[in-house]
Write a protein that binds this ligand. Structure first.
Ligand code: CO8
Length: 261
């Protein structure tokens, strides 16, 4: 495949795309070239029919220590606003229809925490450290942190984290539901993420895409509209081959062979 300066990209298991941020000297600080590479790697997996789910991780020391402060420090309002700085970040996930699992070891701070929260499923290991320390730099989260952290752990906890800049431990992240699982070690965390991605890759891509879509709607819609949307998508799946295959296999006590149609 394509080679990147700041990423290691591979396919560790059938159907699983794997991206490791690889800028060790700066603790995976998210400089613009890294974000552009990440965007391009995610797009390549999105358009590859052989890939069903994606894992994004960093190193044992850092998932990512934030946006690149050295790159940002001299930015003016006119530069930032004029070029819509960080807009390319929102493109990172809005086009991604395949599930993204973020596996966090070490620091996930500022933009690193925001990137982790762009994942559909978050995993971490017991040494992981989350936080939105932007207040210490005289700014606020800029890539969705104030919105996603608040939705994930509630207003009071998110306010406390964002106003103090204090870190959130892996233990707290687990108890508060910021992450789905806390693993004992970085290796187990990454292996666990790949295993989950492989399990997802064993299902119909059509059902998987619909499942992600309906769950995500809950973030934007009220309960009544959300439930209605879900029901319409559910109805629509009776037009797929894989619904006939899945339910037919159950009734015949066989293993389904998905067609992704
Ligand atoms: N940007 C640039 N360089 C960084 C960053 C960063 N965010 N984080 C670490 N580095 C660099 C350090 O400068 C250092 O480089 P050098 O060796 O050249 O001095 C190297 O990485 C190693 O770091 P440390 O020596 O500091 O390592 P420690 O183990 O002592 O400390 C910490 C680790 C605690 C993670 C520490 O590095 C730290 O506090 N980093 C900054 C964390 C932070 O404030 N992050 C938030 C950044 S602001 C942000 O993300 C805004 C998001 C807005 C949206 C995105 C816009 C693009």
């Amino acid at each position: 495949g394509k080679s990147y300066e700041y990423l290691n990209v591979s396919t560790p298991r059938p159907g699983v795309g794997f991206i490791q941020l690889n800028r060790p000297k700066a603790l995976n600080a998210l400089c613009t070239p890294l974000i552009l590479e990440l965007n391009s790697a995610l797009r390549a997996f999105q358009s590859d029919n052989a890939i069903s789910a994606i894992v994004l991780t960093g190193s044992e020391k850092a998932f990512a220590a934030g946006a690149d402060i050295k790159e940002m420090k001299d930015l003016t309002f006119a530069n930032a606003y004029g070029a819509d700085f960080i807009e390319s970040w929102s493109d990172l996930v809005s086009f991604l229809k395949k599930p993204l699992i973020t596996a966090v070891n070490g620091y996930a701070l500022g933009g690193g925490c925001e990137l982790a929260m762009m994942g559909d499923i978050l995993y971490c290991s017991s040494g992981a450290v989350f936080g939105q320390p932007e207040i210490k730099l005289g700014v606020v989260p800029g890539a969705g942190g104030s919105q996603r952290l608040t939705k994930a752990i509630g207003k009071s906890r998110a306010m406390e984290a964002i106003l103090t800049g204090d870190n959130i431990s892996a233990k707290q992240a687990g108890e508060w539901g910021l992450v789905a699982k806390v693993f004992d070690s970085p290796q187990e965390c990454v292996d666990g993420a790949v295993k989950t991605a492989e399990k997802i890759a064993g299902y119909s891509q059509i059902a998987v895409k619909a499942a992600k879509e309906v769950v995500n709607k809950s973030q934007d819609l009220g309960i009544r509209e959300g439930v209605e949307f879900e029901r319409r998508v559910f109805h629509g799946l009776f037009g797929s081959k894989d619904q006939k295959i899945g339910m037919g296999a159950f009734a015949a006590k066989q293993k389904p062979e998905w067609t992704n149609e």
